[in-house]
Design a protein around this ligand. Structure first.
Ligand code: ADP
Length: 317
């Protein structure tokens, strides 16, 4: 921090995240409740979540100039989440409030072994309309590179509008999570499409191109028939990149210890977006993403576990 902040790899890059905000409510229990059963939590926690908010924070921590376009409810949770994003230096001018709706939330129950069970209510996220995405993209400067990032916890029409509105020199990154069916036009604009291995298999299934054996390289090849660049994350095995220059495997960065694997994918996507926005090549951005994912799994929590540039350097980029 402090000296040399202009040299931060993400600096100068513009990232616009059009996506979800959740109020994450954690309950820590000895064991998950069976149907009809009530269990008492030993402790609880609360924090900003949602793939959109997580990725926005991950990119901002790496020095990108990040704007979040999202919807929260007219409730205390929405105010807290918006203030929390601002506290992580994410611009929240385009976070709207929906009258009569609750902020999206995730009720996350974690047992003693770290197994979890999650219920998400989308709430205000479902009110993020295509016009909001179009306005967010339209306000980007035409003479500077920016990365527009979407995930799939908002209406599909909004994701499609963001994809359709994004023009060079800007770039559209689609994290197809959860792996809902999306239209071919949106996939064609995904540069890159980023999915984990489970999502890659689901997307191939939706497209009717499931390869025999479902192995990562064959999945990558199948998805490259639909998107110009594809990144499949492989957990402890790193990531696979494919585009018109070929296929590359980027190894994982071994974490000091594995504490909490939730949110690794969001740390990865946020880092890839920040690095692409600052002019990095896709392989270099994916190397940063792997380092960011590695740091994220070595710390408890989601957004609070995301690395800054010094952490990434320590992790080996
Ligand atoms: P998701 O969190 O969406 O399931 P992954 O598990 O594939 O996604 O993790 C995203 C990225 O985080 C991986 O590509 C990898 O770089 C990093 N990562 C995740 N788990 C580990 C791990 N156990 N060791 C090292 N890196 C990891």
């Amino acid at each position: 921090e402090g000296a040399g902040s202009d040299d931060r790899p993400g600096s100068g890059g513009i990232v616009v995240v059009i996506g979800s905000i959740h109020d994450d409510r954690f309950s820590y229990v000895d064991r998950l409740p069976a149907p009809g059963e009530t269990v008492l939590a030993g402790s609880s926690d609360r924090g900003i979540g949602g793939k959109g908010a997580n990725q926005a924070i991950a990119a901002a921590r790496l020095g990108a100039g990040v704007t979040m376009t999202a919807m929260v409810g007219e409730d205390e949770a929405g105010l807290a989440a918006t203030a929390g994003l601002a506290g992580h230096s994410v611009s929240v001018d385009t976070v709207g409030r929906v009258a009569g709706e609750v902020t999206g939330y995730a009720a996350i129950t974690v047992d003693a072994a770290g197994e979890n069970s999650i219920v998400v209510h989308s709430g205000a996220n479902q009110a993020l309309d295509p016009g909001a995405a179009e306005r967010a993209v339209a306000q980007l400067p035409a003479d500077r590179r920016a990365v527009v990032v979407c995930q799939c916890e908002i209406p599909q029409a909004t994701v499609a509008a963001a994809a359709a509105a994004t023009r060079a020199p800007h770039r559209f990154l689609l994290n197809l999570a959860p792996a809902v069916p999306v239209d071919p036009g949106t996939l064609r604009r995904a540069n890159p499409l980023v999915v984990n291995l489970v999502e890659a298999a689901q997307v191939a299934g939706h497209l009717g191109v499931t390869p025999e054996g479902n192995n990562p390289r064959d999945l990558l090849t199948a998805l490259l028939g639909y998107a110009p660049a594809v990144v499949i994350t492989l957990g402890a095995d790193g990531a696979l990149i494919g585009d018109d220059s070929g296929v590359e495997h980027v190894p994982a960065v071994r974490p000091a210890e594995i504490v909490d694997t939730t949110g690794a994918g969001d740390a990865f996507v946020g880092a890839v977006a920040a690095y692409l926005a600052s002019g990095a090549t896709l392989p270099d951005a994916v190397r940063a993403g792997c380092a960011a994912g590695s740091v994220a799994v070595s710390r408890r929590g989601t957004a609070t576990s995301y690395p800054d540039v010094a952490d990434l350097a320590t992790a080996g980029t």
